[in-house]
Design a protein around this ligand. Structure first.
Ligand SMILES: Cc1ncc(COP(=O)(O)O)c(C=O)c1O
Length: 471
C-alpha cells in the first residue's frame, strides 16, 4: 500500500513540507528548463543561469554526449577498483593530467565533491604516513568556506548548520580556521599587496600556533563558491600559501569543485595569470560538478608527482576502496564531456563571454545604490546586495533578501543561485542569523552574448526594483 501524502513529496530532500517545482525537460537550446507546478500542472520555461549548481558545463540534454552513452553502457562491465582498472577512468585521468602543464601525474574519481575533499584529506594523511611522519593530522581551512556535507568535508568547511552538527564532526583542534578571503569587505584601505600579506601572516600564525609539525594540509577554494560569492584572491596570495605549506611541511589542497575545470576560464583555476600560482600546482586538487556536466555523478582528485611518488616509493598502495571509485560509465561520459569542451573551445568562450558579462554587469549596476560588488572570474560571477554602498551595510536578515532576489529574478524568467550569509552567519539566542545576500551565475560554458545580455537585463531590473521598494 502506498502512503497518501496529498501535496507532500515522496522524495525526502530539501523542502519536504510542500512539493517543489518539478523539472520535466529542457527547452530552446538546452539552457532552458521546463518546470511543472505539481499542484496546478502549469508549465513554464526558465533560463538556467546557474546550470543547476554550477554543474552543467554543457547545455542540458547535450545530444552528442547522450547519443554516445548507449555505446558506453553496452561496453561497460562493473569492476571493483581493488581488483581491476578500467580503460575509461585511465584515459580520463591521462587526459586531465595532460591539461595540467605537468602539475599532476595522476587522478582518481568518486561521485561527489564532498567525497573528493575527504579523499584528498586521506591522501594527505597517507602521504605523511608514507614519509614516516605520523604526527600530522590537522587540516587548516577558511572561515565561511564550503567543502561539502560529509563529516570530514563539513568539518573543514564552515556551513551555518555546522554548529548544530558539531558533536558528530572533527574536533575544532583538528580543523583550525584562518580568516575568510574577501577583498570587498576586508581589504579596507590596504593595498592589494598589504591585504595579501595580512592573509598570509594569519595563515602562518595559525600554522605555528596550532603546531607546525601537526598540520597535514591547508585546504582552500581557489575562487570561493557558494558561501560568500566568488571572491578572487589577491595577486601573490596562492604563491604565498604554497610557500608557507612548503616551509612547514604541509600539503596544499585546492578545492576547485565549483570554480574549476574551465568555469573560471582556464583548465584549472590556479592557472589564472591574474591571481593564480606562478609556477606548478598544488599538491592535491579536488574537482567535481562540471566534469560530468550533470549527466553523471562524477568528481575526483588530481594528484601531484610529489604525492604519487611518495606512495609509489612507499607502500605502493593507495589506502581505501569504495564501490563506485572510478566508475566506468561515469568516467566514459566524463571523458566525452572533457573532449567536447576542448574540441569546441568552450573554456575560451567562458573567458571571453564571461569578461563581457562582468563588464556589462558593472556598467549596468554602476549607479545602483544596492549593488555593492560585482566579482568573480570566467562565467562564475556574483553580485552582492547591500543596503548602503558607502558603509557596505547589508539589509536586515529578517527581510530575507536572498528570497527577494530569487523571487524577482525567477519571475523574470531566470534561475540564479541567491544565497544568504555573504557577510557571515551567527547564532543569536539559539536562532540562526544570516548576514548579507548575493546572487551568483554560472551558466553552461557555451553561453552567448545574447544570454549574457538577458542575465544582465534581469539583474539590473531586479536591483532597480529592490532599490525602489526597500530603501
Ligand atoms: C567548493 C565546493 N567544494 C565541495 C562541494 C561539495 O560538492 P558536492 O555537493 O558534489 O558534494 C561544493 C558544492 O557546492 C563546493 O562548492
Amino acid at each position: 500500500m502506498t502512503v497518501e501524502t496529498k501535496n507532500q513529496p515522496y522524495l525526502f530532500q530539501a523542502k519536504v513540507a510542500d512539493k517543489q517545482l518539478e523539472c520535466v525537460g529542457t527547452a530552446k537550446d538546452g539552457q532552458w528548463l521546463v518546470l511543472k507546478d505539481p499542484v496546478t500542472g502549469e508549465k513554464r520555461e526558465i533560463y538556467d543561469a546557474i546550470s543547476g549548481a554550477a554543474v552543467c558545463s554543457l547545455k542540458h540534454g547535450d545530444t552528442e554526449i547522450l547519443s554516445q552513452m548507449n555505446d558506453f553502457a553496452k561496453q561497460s562491465a562493473y569492476t571493483f577498483c581493488a581488483n581491476f582498472s578500467n580503460t575509461a577512468a585511465e584515459e580520463l585521468a591521462e587526459f586531465m593530467c595532460s591539461k595540467s602543464e605537468g602539475a599532476f601525474s595522476s587522478a582518481m574519481y568518486v561521485c561527489s565533491g564532498s567525497e573528493a575533499n575527504e579523499q584528498a584529506m586521506r591522501y594527505a594523511m597517507q602521504y605523511h604516513i608514507e614519509k614516516g611522519d605520523r604526527k600530522r593530522y590537522k587540516f587548516i581551512s577558511r572561515v565561511n568556506a564550503y567543502h561539502g556535507y560529509l563529516v570530514g568535508a563539513l568539518s573543514i568547511g564552515d556551513n551555518p548548520m555546522k554548529p548544530l552538527l558539531k558533536k558528530m564532526l572533527l574536533s575544532d583542534d583538528q580543523v583550525p580556521k584562518i580568516s575568510r578571503l574577501m577583498p570587498y569587505r576586508d581589504q579596507g584601505d590596504l593595498t592589494e599587496e598589504q591585504y595579501c600579506k595580512k592573509l598570509l601572516d594569519n595563515l602562518e600564525e595559525t600554522i605555528v600556533s596550532t603546531g607546525q609539525d601537526e598540520v597535514a594540509a591547508v585546504i582552500l577554494e581557489t575562487v570561493s563558491g557558494s558561501s560568500i560569492g566568488n571572491s578572487v584572491p589577491p595577486k601573490g596570495y596562492l604563491d604565498g600559501v604554497k610557500a608557507l605549506c612548503d616551509k612547514y611541511g604541509a600539503l596544499l589542497i585546492l578545492d576547485e569543485v565549483m570554480c574549476g575545470l574551465g568555469r573560471c576560464g582556464y583548465p584549472f583555476t590556479f592557472m589564472d595569470p591574474e591571481f593564480g600560482l606562478t609556477a606548478g600546482g598544488p599538491d592535491l586538487l579536488t574537482f567535481g560538478k562540471t566534469v560530468g556536466a550533470g549527466i553523471v555523478p562524477l568528481s575526483g582528485v588530481m594528484v601531484a608527482p610529489k604525492v604519487v611518488n611518495a606512495i609509489r616509493e612507499g607502500s605502493g598502495v593507495v589506502m581505501g576502496y569504495q564501490t563506485y571509485h572510478s566508475h566506468y560509465l561515469n568516467c566514459s561520459v566524463g571523458l566525452a564531456v572533457q573532449k567536447k569542451i576542448y574540441r569546441d573551445n568552450l573554456i575560451e568562450n567562458v573567458r571571453e563571454v564571461g569578461a563581457y558579462t562582468k563588464a556589462a554587469l558593472k556598467a549596468a549596476l554602476k549607479d545602483s545604490k544596492v549593488a555593492g560588488d560585482v566579482r568573480g572570474a570566467g562565467n562564475f560571477i556574483s553580485v552582492e546586495l547591500v543596503k548602503d554602498k558607502a558603509t557596505k551595510e547589508s539589509f536586515a536578515p529578517e527581510l530575507k533578501m536572498h528570497e527577494v532576489l530569487n523571487q524577482k529574478t525567477f519571475a523574470k524568467g531566470i534561475h540564479f543561485m541567491c544565497i544568504p550569509g555573504t557577510n557571515g552567519y551567527e547564532y543569536v539566542d539559539d536562532k540562526l542569523v544570516m548576514n548579507g545576500a548575493h546572487l551568483t551565475m554560472a551558466p553552461a560554458f557555451g553561453f552567448t552574448k545574447t544570454d549574457a545580455d538577458l542575465m544582465v537585463k534581469v539583474i539590473a531590473e531586479t536591483f532597480a526594483e529592490i532599490e525602489k521598494e526597500y530603501l
